[in-house]
Ligand binder design. Structure first.
Ligand code: NAI
Ligand code: 13P
Length: 347
């Protein structure tokens, strides 16, 4: 039998989001501290993007005894070295960098068995594609899995319990990723609706901005409940046109992520909204924000799609106008409250 310790290697996790937080971790130490056994068949996991989420996911896989390499564009390790022999390549790159990184590794020698996992919650502004569509287009013969759920990385780094979803049309691939990341503090579900899971995590960012505005204006709990519920209706409407299943939006990656990010100051998207309501400009807010608020870009892409396809998304539209400086938070609120009267469900 192979000595599991021979599988252990040291990995330097240089967090870009928290540069002072560089840590040298061995999978052995992490596994021991978590009280888990090393897996019988440790996998080699290459994580691309050493921001807040990439680092948290790297730590989760390493704590389960897997061999983890964490790549950052600012690090010294070449991309090809990290990709060598990877069973799983997981991208936690923010949307603006996904196409770039895909281009860099498109012709790298990657085993046909390698599974791609994307944890990015955004939309490509040029093509309006989701990140998993970008990866699948570049790697048509590989399984592509989406990982998405209510997963504020700071809570996960504090080892607080959380749950997520891994979604793919290749069930075996989703199940392998489930195994690699599951632990007593991170419960991972599978789902065959890859698009629905991905859109849940992506579309909720716009509603999280609106929720930050709602709290920043101190509009109360009733207003927040109305906003989040009608926001979910918008998400389902967009998702259905795209081909996602309605039920998926009521799961962890849709409603679950809405509940997390619309109620937590840890959410960068929520922070953007809150600070807009406090009178700061978007430029000022983004200049001081730690990390990425994907909802800003997603909102622009959604408005473009909604115009092309005639989709009614009033909350998203008001968030867009607010981000553009066309309305004040109070004007956006009035526009939403004074819309034509209508039945709750008409689609
Ligand atoms: N932080 C969180 O709590 C969670 C974040 N996400 C999603 O994960 C993605 C990343 O988020 P964070 O890690 O928080 O953001 P971050 O801003 O901390 O990190 C973004 C990472 O992308 C890399 N990157 C950006 N452009 C690049 C390029 N052109 N080439 C190579 N690398 C590039 C950055 O260097 C950095 O490593 C986002 O789509 C976000 O919505 C999803 C779940 C939780
Ligand atoms: O998606 C997230 C948690 O599930 C992270 O939210 P923010 O990107 O708004 O911080």
């Amino acid at each position: 039998m192979t000595n599991p310790k021979s599988k252990i290697r040291q990995a330097r996790f240089a967090s870009e989001a928290h540069p002072s937080d560089t840590l040298l971790c061995t999978t052995e130490e992490k596994t021991a501290s978590d009280g888990q056994n090393l897996p019988p068949n440790p996998k080699s996991v290459a994580i691309l993007g050493a921001g807040a989420w990439g680092t948290a996911l790297a730590n989760l896989a390493a704590a389960n005894g897997h061999r983890v390499g964490l790549w950052s564009r600012r690090g010294s390790q070449p991309l090809e070295t990290i990709l060598e022999d990877a069973d799983i390549i997981l991208s936690a790159i923010s949307m603006k960098g996904v196409a770039d990184v895909v281009e860099q590794i498109k012709y790298a020698p990657i085993s046909p068995e390698t599974i791609f996992v994307t944890a990015t919650k955004g939309l490509d502004p040029q093509t309006t594609c989701t990140p998993s569509q970008v990866w699948q287009t570049a790697f048509p013969d590989h399984a592509v899995v989406v990982l998405s759920g209510p997963n504020l990385s700071q809570e996960i780094e504090l080892k607080l319990p959380a749950a997520t979803v891994v979604a793919s049309d290749v069930t075996a691939a989703a199940e392998l990723v489930q195994l690699v990341f599951s632990s007593h503090r991170f419960r991972v579900y599978t789902n065959p609706d890859r698009l629905g899971v991905e859109l849940g995590g992506t579309l909720k960012n716009v509603i999280a901005i609106a929720s930050g505005v709602c709290d920043g204006l101190h509009l109360g709990t009733n207003a927040k409940a109305a906003l989040v519920t009608r926001g979910l209706t918008e998400m389902v409407r967009i998702g259905n046109i795209w081909g996602a299943k309605t039920g998926t939006f009521y799961g962890l990656s849709g409603l679950g992520d809405l509940l997390a990010t619309c109620n937590s100051p840890l959410s960068r998207n929520y922070q953007v909204g809150y600070q807009l309501a406090s009178g700061q400009t978007l430029t000022e807010i983004l200049a001081n924000l730690s990390g990425t608020a994907e909802g800003v870009n997603t909102c622009q892409v959604l408005v473009q799609i909604a115009q092309q396809k005639n989709i009614v998304i009033p909350i998203t539209e008001q968030v867009y106008r607010l981000l553009q400086g066309e309305v004040t938070p109070r004007q956006a609120l009035d526009e939403l409250m004074l819309r034509d009267m209508k039945p709750e469900y008409n689609d």
